[in-house]
Design a protein around this ligand. Sequence first.
Ligand code: ACO
Length: 467
Amino acid sequence: MAIDNSLKPLFEPRSIAIIGASRSPGKIGHTIMKNIIEYGYKGKIYPINPKADEILGYKAYKSVVEVPDEIDMAIIVVPEQVVPKVAEECGKKGVKVLVVITSGFSEVGNVEAERKLVEIARRYGMRILGPNIFGIAYTPAKLNATFGPKDVLEGPIAFITQSGALGIALMGWTIMEEIGISALVSMGNMADIDVIDVSKYLANDPNTKVITIYLEGLKPGTGRKFIEEMKKVTVKKPVIVIKAGRSKRGAAAAASHTGSLAGSDNLYQAAFKQAGIIRAYTTEEMFDWARAFASQPIPRGEETIIITNGGGVGVLATDAAEEHNVKLLDPSPELKEKFKKTMPWFGSAKNPIDLTGQAVVENYVEALRTAFESDEIHNIILLYCRTAILDPRDLANAIVKLYGEYKGTAHSKPLVAGFVGGEDVREAIRLLNKNGIPAYPSAERAVASIAKMIWYMRYLNKIKSRK
Ligand code: ACO
């Protein structure tokens, strides 16, 4: 896949002009500049404002053409009527990419203004992100050019969003949930750069392991292109899409939101399947699965084992496995023997491996070691129910240690955890996630996450077998 270098200045600009950087705290043009500075951007920052001499400690310029330096990215935060004038100046200056925050274009029927903006950009060879967006963040470059929350956590999950407000909300949510982000891109009206362009760029980004997309709809006539181009992305990296506007009323809402066609949901469903895209139905699912892809290796096979200390969660997980088409291993007699040694005599070495409510850290460690060592097993679902005798934090620490022994070795295999209980269980889940073991507060969420990894493995195998 050809690498589109025209998007590099969008993710790793060497210099940024903020056109409409405001003197007033609280205004969008002020917040964006503050975020850029405070998040630690290392490139040059140039506020542009004809009424100011200085903003947030940086010398201000009356126009971008006056800046005595090259400008890679110009963030436009002036009212719609002023946008053509400043865009024209950016063109003259040789700016490479415009990030147009301003609203009031095709999303409200002002198609002509948007066409004119694109025409100016094309004339000067500039790319446009937006208009009608909250900005872009790329954490490896310490860039947070958004007016969303500042302290985005670094990590390997990219998030592309066609909704601004939801995007900002989810930015905050990823911080709260300690989900590490590589890139966060607000798409808005997609007058020029679209979801396909950004996905293709991120497919080649070494800092991104999985791409998540909140999609409302594609531009008319781009469906076929979407399938063909996204196929090239999904062979490189998993792509998880949450597609809004499934219902008739939802589709109408999407049309007036970003001016995109929601289209028939069946068509999208078929397109996603063809393109190898994983479809999520809730934002929680999307980030659950992304967490698993972000840290775990792609499965090498179907055979999955459940290890638990609670019969109940084991049964729930078994039901969920069947629903999600996860194949549970029937362990060989030799493997059963090995598991038997890890549990009290009244435990079960069938799958689920039930260590019983008597299980202590050592039982889990030995069972997990057996699962890692066994070539019969490809994927591990580790479940835990709060018991009086086993502190979940002790268990989490022991799992992290053992996981470290196997990570990156020939015995490494996908591991997900479902821990059920109260506040201390929550702490254990945090600890596991922090250490790269995807952990969830229910068995079902753990099973669903491994199921999507297995689905993706099957997709890749199908593609390989066609070649
Ligand atoms: N060049 C540079 N700066 C200029 C120029 C110019 N030619 N003309 C004016 N400015 C300055 C202004 O003086 C002002 O600075 P000041 O506050 O120090 O005086 C600054 O630019 C901003 O101009 P205002 O007229 O104050 O505009 P305001 O900040 O009220 O609004 C904005 C501009 C934010 C772009 C608005 O038009 C807009 O589109 N808002 C919506 C943005 C949005 O929500 N985008 C979608 C995000 S997605 C979501 O849903 C969250």
